[in-house]
Design a protein around this ligand. Structure first.
Ligand code: PEP
Ligand code: MN
Length: 373
């Protein structure tokens, strides 16, 4: 059961104290407090854990200071959508809004290689009015002898260049808790010129200790990739690990599933699950067409499979696109064959806009249908 207090109720206030005292005295129930920092308000919620079946919902709802009480199902307690649950599906980070209703493009380098390439990438983003990017510094590689990413050494110039070109959020995978500290230090050292969205990669979706560490910090939002060889339910539970530690600013990322039946793509594209994740949880949903498709193959018209997959995710309501670009894919140290080039950026954005407009038209069409019923 979740007890939602009236917005902006301070923990010093009498109302807050009396509700808390009442809940603490309920038999066989533990309480866990949780704060949602929304765009305009702070929401305090108490999660009641234990023998909640016997509790009187109406009585708790009638307490002064309580706005609503939601009875939750067992699944995805914090992130799930429960019956009569109208909690927000959005958050703001460093001036950028992440929501189940909008769309942000994160085009950038799969792996940081040279300062020059980082600068060329960011300059192109600014020219196209994009304020988010992806920049891999810590790369989890299948082969131990492959390039592992420049790690903390590249962070200062990546962050400084982001500041120079007005980039607000960089999606950056971390594979170890220490990387969190390295990112914090580099941001501090460079004067906080940008923001970072921590990315948990598909190989670490069930690295529970990493999830707990990332969930404990509240500074950075998190992009959690779906595990490529586990069920959707298992991956959504991994997201719940983050939330259960306190960080609910989470985007869920679809990136294709590992199976030979995915051939000729690198992974089996799973973007039909966009609406499923939006129905089951309140998380905005990201698609990664680059790591799903993995090649620059195209249809007879010349439209790349990556662009088709992107359009399929966007027309189904995706809220974020993580996509590999590179100024010179032939020299990229990781995943060059799937990178789009900088001269394709404007064309890519236009193609995304076409699909997004179609999605919005579909939503309107559906609303009209139901309004006539
Ligand atoms: C990536 O986005 O760079 C990446 C390695 O993705 P994934 O974890 O989905 O393979
Ligand atoms: Mn990659």
């Amino acid at each position: 059961m979740i007890v939602i207090l009236e917005p902006n109720l301070s923990s010093e206030s009498e109302l807050y104290q009396s509700v808390r005292l009442y809940l603490e005295n309920l038999p066989n129930v533990r309480i866990r407090e949780h704060q949602e920092h929304g765009i305009q308000q702070i929401l305090t919620e108490f999660y009641l854990i234990g023998d909640t079946a016997a509790l009187n919902q109406a009585e708790i709802e009638s307490l002064p200071g309580v706005e609503r009480v939601v009875r939750i199902s067992e699944e995805y307690r914090i992130l799930g959508r429960h019956r009569d649950d109208h909690r927000p599906t959005s958050f703001e980070y460093n001036g950028v809004i992440f929501s189940q209703d909008n769309l942000n493009i994160f085009a950038g380098l799969c792996a940081v290689d040279t300062p020059h390439h980082v600068e060329q990438m960011m300059q192109a983003l600014q020219q196209h009015n994009l304020a988010c990017t992806r920049m891999g510094a810590y790369k989890p590689r299948t082969n131990p002898y492959s390039f592992q990413g420049h790690g903390k050494d590249c962070l200062p110039y990546v962050f400084e260049l982001a500041g120079k070109y007005g980039i607000k959020v960089i999606a950056m995978e971390i594979t170890h808790e220490n990387h969190l500290r390295e990112i914090e230090e580099a941001l501090q050292q460079t004067g906080q010129p940008t923001g970072v969205m921590l990315q948990i990669g598909t190989r670490n979706t069930q690295n529970f200790e990493l999830l707990k560490a990332v969930g404990r910090q509240r500074k950075f939002p998190v992009l959690l990739k779906r595990g490529f060889g586990i069920t959707l339910e298992e991956s959504l539970n991994a997201a719940e690990y983050l939330a259960s530690e306190g960080n609910t600013r989470i985007i869920f990322g679809l990136r294709g599933m590992k199976t030979n039946m995915g051939d000729p793509h690198r992974n089996f594209v799973d973007f039909t699950h966009v609406p499923v994740v939006k129905r089951l949880t309140r998380m905005p949903v990201c698609i990664d067409p680059s790591h799903s498709v993995g090649t620059r193959n195209e249809d007879p018209n010349g439209i790349l499979d990556i662009m088709h997959a992107t359009a399929q995710g966007v027309i189904a309501g995706a809220n974020m696109i993580l996509v590999d670009f590179h100024p010179d894919p032939a020299t990229a140290l990781v995943d060059g064959p799937q990178a789009l080039t900088l001269d394709e950026l404007g064309y890519f954005i236009e193609d995304v806009n076409i699909a997004r407009k179609a999605y919005e038209a579909r939503v309107l069409n559906c609303q009209e249908f139901f309004s006539k019923k």
